[in-house]
Design a protein around this ligand. Sequence first.
Ligand code: GLC
Length: 386
Amino acid sequence: MVQAARAVLEGAWDPARGYCYPNRHTYPHLWLWDSCFHAIAWAAVGDGRCLTELDAVFAGQFADGFVPHMRYARPTIRRGPLEHASSFTQPPVYAHAAGCAAEAGFTPATGLVASIRAGLEWLWQHRLREGLLVVVHPWETGADDSPRWDSWVGSSHWERERWTAFDRALVEATAYHPNGAAASSCLFTAAPAAFNALAADAAAAYGRLAEDPHWERRAADLAAAIDERLWNDETGLWDDLAVVGGGASVSVPTLDGALPALVTADEERAQRVLARLADRGEFLAPFGLRYVPASHPAYEAGQYWRGSSWMPLNYVALRAAHRWGDAALAEYLAAAAGGAALASGFAEHWDPETGAPLGAVPQTWTALAAAFYSTSGTSSTSRSLT
Ligand code: GLC
């Protein structure tokens, strides 16, 4: 696995730019959270390019700390008013990635640590509303076409033309800061469970990395706000919160609604969510986790962000399983999603029932499978998945 993952990373690496393309043909630019996942994969295969790739993420950082979700490597459709970069952001996975690099023996330089802090500070300064972080475009969550956005789109199924028109309309509806960073939207604002969970995880990771209790407190406060404002006791998952527009779709069960298990202090909720992930009639499939549970009418095994399996989400869920000592789930996910990575040729995403490749092949972030074999954690469980 490590050898195969390394080959994928090497194949996507651009030495002049210092990062991997998610896919050379389909995604020939830098994407924020992709590069963070690439950095984690580089660290897992024991390669110092984990730090080079994180430096590339911050090479596009604005003077005020904002980190764009894309940095264009060539002319392309603009995501906002700027010529060189997107005006939107993506989940701040960079702090956890820097922690993985440090654990693998590649110590982040002081400058990189300062950039991470500035990136997080920007989010807390500009996007905190009543204790939760908000996004102003689905792109900012990375789960671009999730059924959780259906109320905004006004449709309960996915159609390319309609979603593309929606995405473009949201770019038009965004108000931008003078430096080009997205500030607010009159059509779409949400406080998503997953974005907030990844941000709380980032704050905690930064707190550990810089030994800064202030950020550990921010992490705990954000995790508490997620529990207080987003938990849905009926579905047994965390909802998103619709701030501008939106409606009932914020409660559609998706893996995003399970990710706060990574940061919650509430063990009972976390165990309830993990049991749901481990349920074969729900999230657990032969080839990893379904993005939408099989029992839900919106589930489509072969459709982009509507049910297929994604390596980054399998990886985060596996970390949550480790956190709560669920070794059986962690081992199952490592084998199932790792097996899917190999079977699909490291596809962007795959059919969770068959492992059939979907989207771009190979997609660099699927090399994260190498990290399954270096993720540490406790191992005690009462559940058997065999
Ligand atoms: C798609 C995905 C997004 C990812 C990008 C590049 O837009 O939805 O999460 O960052 O592709 O891989």
